[in-house]
Design a protein around this ligand. Structure first.
Ligand SMILES: [Zn+2]
Ligand SMILES: [Zn+2]
Length: 343
């Protein structure tokens, strides 16, 4: 064989191997209020499996609602708990509106960004039962027809779907999501979180609001959750939800699920920098950490502000990289939880 010919065959073989390897990464894209930054209200994250399954985690307030051009197809919507900054009682007035530490939002009542997006995108809702039922009713109001179950409780959820549907779970429950024609499926599991799940009154009916008002009590929509998502390339992502430090992070998330990537919510009412670092270093021990829900303008020009709480946390994490969830910046992770591109 002519040497040049042999080289070209090797070249083709190498480039094919590379493109296959690239295709095996999970793409993770935070959708925050300000492009390229990690800002105070940022919550939403999109996960895209190599088979094409696209999951929106905690739509929240840093999106425009169903019309947000950054969303694309959304096969599955997951939601950790009913708080307004996650369910999305408000939404961005416009992308980049206001300041990073004080984005400009408008009401998303009565429907919420979560319900608006799921209704428009025909998404499967994987949430604990009371939360799913609440969101399902909002979707019903938007569409003018009931929101059905995504098949029987033990059936796989087939995506893309032609209508939104409810794939309910209890804490610890798993739903299996398969893209049309894919040989492997994504597994989405709820895990415990130490927090609450009270719903904003702005999203309740007038009658319900009147009922609660005299005693200044709140309505709880089931337990709060984190999620563990096992992707088809082997990546096992733990999404903490809002939570304080708790022992299940080690026994359930690390010991049993062996999560190799963690997206940690770092609200100051629940975690100190020291506790958050203990979660990363000792309890969960993932290969990589994404830090989100920081309740501060943590970056400026895409760089961490050195005096931020987020920077204080990152300085305490040892032996693993921490990536700020920069809005619109897609990170790619391999099956071992290592960032392969975009970090
Ligand atoms: Zn919360
Ligand atoms: Zn929150």
């Amino acid at each position: 064989m002519h040497p040049a010919h042999a080289y070209s065959i090797i070249f083709v073989a190498l480039t094919t191997a590379c493109s296959v390897a690239l295709a095996q990464n999970v793409k993770i894209t935070p959708l925050g209020s300000h492009a390229g930054e990690l800002c105070s209200r940022d919550r939403a994250t999109i996960f895209e499996d190599p088979t094409g399954v696209r999951i929106l985690y905690d739509a929240g307030q840093s999106v425009l609602g169903a019309d947000d051009p950054r969303l694309g197809r959304i096969d599955v919507v997951i939601l950790s708990h009913a708080h307004g900054d996650h369910l999305g009682d408000m939404k961005m007035k416009a992308l980049d509106a206001g300041a990073c530490d004080n984005p400009q939002v408008v009401s998303a009542a009565p429907n919420s960004t979560t319900a608006e997006i799921a209704a428009a995108k025909n998404s499967a809702i994987i949430m604990v039962v009371p939360l799913a039922n609440f969101v399902g009713r909002k979707i019903e109001t938007i569409r003018g027809k009931p929101t059905a179950a995504c098949g029987s409780p033990d059936a796989e959820v087939a995506v893309p779907s032609t209508a939104p549907c409810l794939a309910t779970v209890q804490t610890g429950g798993t739903r299996v999501v398969r893209a049309s024609g894919a040989s492997k499926a994504v597994e989405v599991t709820t895990v415990p979180a130490a927090h609450d799940s009270t719903v904003p009154v702005a999203l309740l009916s007038e009658a319900e609001r009147k009922e609660l008002e005299p005693d200044n009590v709140s309505l709880t929509l089931g337990p709060p959750s984190g999620y563990v998502i096992h992707f088809t390339n082997g990546l096992t992502a733990y999404l903490s939800g809002d939570t304080g430090i708790h022992a299940d992070m080690q026994t359930v998330v690390h010991d049993f699920y062996k999560a190799n990537l963690m997206e940690l919510n770092f609200g100051q009412s629940a975690l100190t920098p020291e506790a958050a670092a203990y979660v990363a270093n000792t309890l969960v021990q993932p290969a990589s950490v994404i830090i989100n829900h920081v309740n501060e303008g943590a970056t400026s020009g895409g760089k961490l502000r050195p005096t931020s709480r987020t920077a204080a946390f990152i300085a305490l994490v040892k032996g693993r990289p921490v990536y700020p969830a920069l809005s619109g910046k897609t990170m790619e992770f391999d099956g071992a939880g290592k960032c392969a591109a975009g970090c």
